[in-house]
Design a protein around this ligand. Structure first.
Ligand code: FCB
Length: 455
């Protein structure tokens, strides 16, 4: 743990003006290349070893929610093929693996004692990483809330944040000797707003006041969990951040997407303009209690950033509360229709350092889905990754302390409401046979890592 302590100490001691000289390959000392996945998107085995039902099981099995009615029941069958998948990572020179732990495998109904078989699975997985020289980065919540907690109000109620802290304590105790890096929450904005306003993601609710409560409870859950996770590890959360392009409405979209999460976590306060806007439409946000913001902002050892694309908006006065509409991406777009803009990553990172704080940054997700003409020859994905790694080097040169870069994703997988059609993997998965084949982008990534390491 001395390495961790030294790292944590260095980052807090560094003056914001100090720009450390980039080391190998344009990245700081200690930087690692990784890949990322999430439990529900790859594991399958949804009924095995005592796993409980999650909101994504319920949501995906409800007709009309996911394209072609697809579900994560089998996904990449990673629950059974994890050793092969770790071998694959090792063969690609991957140095860190950001994976997620399924809460319903640990506590099938979201409370009470741990399900030992669930713990055992993740211990095998983590030990398998360590044996192969791969660093584990464990995400505690990548959207698979136990359905039993949803039945009691889900993220709309404060109790869920308290249950989450208990779950975090269980996992911290069980795996704290083998995991040093913890991500409490993946993309609170998606959880709160895509899950509770747009209803495009589980639990499929469409109700602004519930979404606002959920946004606060998810952040509170991060804060409460951060207090009980091992003191000798490092804790962060992963925010999806985008630069916003457009007219006056850009300030509101920035408040909605970025500042509503960055401000409480890094400044201990919600942004006044957004509080005013929401309270003006929905009345007092009484989910926010005294002391909560202190809890939320107390421990952030690093910030996880998921970056894919910028967003474009324009004013639409009739559309409350934000009074804006989203515009399509311009120029090059990916299979998701997401605008390709590597410079946006530099903008996001430099902004965090200049407007908030100089803290270690982990790029916890970055990648692209393309309707590849050939299953494994994917020049567009390779170009996307190469351009974003170059952008990251520019951010480093501007003084951003970038410590990790995780490609989304290792494998083609269950892309939520889009099902299996949007392929983000650098490794192709044949979902009929479960055969994995590295795409050209994976081989490029392997060689790029080797080049930077002088191998
Ligand atoms: C992010 C999610 C991840 C994946 C990518 C494409 O929002 O965290 O699970 O779906 O988008």
């Amino acid at each position: 743990m001395t390495e961790l302590a030294a790292q944590a100490g260095r980052s807090s001691a560094a003056a914001p003006e100090a720009v450390p000289a980039p080391a190998a390959g344009g990245f700081p000392e200690g930087f690692r290349f990784g890949v990322a996945t999430a439990a529900y998107q790859i594991e399958g085995a949804v009924h095995e070893d005592g796993r409980g039902e999650s909101i994504w099981d319920r949501f995906s099995h409800t007709p009309g929610n996911v394209e072609r009615g697809e579900t994560g029941d089998v996904a990449c069958d990673h629950y059974h093929r994890w050793a092969e998948d770790l071998d694959l990572m090792a063969s690609l020179n991957v140095e860190s693996y950001r994976f997620s732990i399924a809460w319903p495998r640990i506590q099938p109904t979201g409370s009470g004692p741990a399900n030992q078989k669930g713990i055992d699975f993740y211990r095998r997985l983590v030990e398998g990483m360590l044996e192969r020289g791969i660093e584990p980065i464990a995400t505690l919540y990548h959207w698979d809330l136990p359905q039993a907690l949803q039945d009691r109000g889900g993220w709309g109620v404060r109790e869920t944040a308290e249950r989450f802290a208990e779950y975090a304590a269980i996992v911290g105790d069980a795996l704290g000797d083998v995991v040093d890096r913890w991500i409490t929450m993946n993309e609170p904005w998606v959880v709160a707003f895509l899950g509770h306003v747009e209803g495009r993601k589980a639990p499929g609710v469409r109700h602004w006041p519930t979404a606002l409560r959920a946004s606060h409870h998810v952040l509170l859950a991060h804060g409460l969990a951060a207090q009980v996770l091992p003191a000798d590890g490092l804790v962060g959360l992963a925010l999806n951040l985008s630069p916003i392009r457009g007219d006056d409405a850009a300030v509101r979209q920035d408040g909605y997407l970025n500042r509503w999460f960055l401000d409480p976590v890094l400044r201990g306060a919600y942004p006044e303009d957004m509080l005013g806007l929401y309270e003006g439409v929905f009345g007092p946000l009484d989910a926010i209690r005294d002391g909560d913001l202190e809890t939320i902002s107390r421990r952030v050892d690093f910030l996880g950033v998921n970056y894919y694309n910028p967003m474009r908006v324009r004013t639409n006065a009739g559309d409350l509360p934000l009074q804006l509409e989203l515009l399509p991406g311009e120029g090059q777009v990916t299979g998701m229709g997401w605008e390709v803009d590597p410079e946006g990553l530099v903008e996001v990172l430099v902004r965090i350092r200049s407007e908030y704080r100089d803290l270690p940054i982990y790029i916890t997700e970055n990648g692209a889905a393309y309707p590849d003409a050939d299953p494994v020859d994917d020049p567009e994905r390779t170009a996307y990754l190469a351009a974003h790694l170059d952008a990251l080097r520019r951010a480093v040169a501007e003084g951003v302390d970038v410590q990790r870069y995780c490609v989304w994703s290792l494998l083609d997988n269950f892309e939520w409401e889009h099902g299996y059609d949007q392929r983000f993997g650098i490794v192709h998965v044949d979902f009929e046979t479960q055969v994995r084949t590295p795409k050209r982008s994976a081989l490029w990534y392997r060689d790029e890592i080797a080049r930077v390491r002088g191998k």
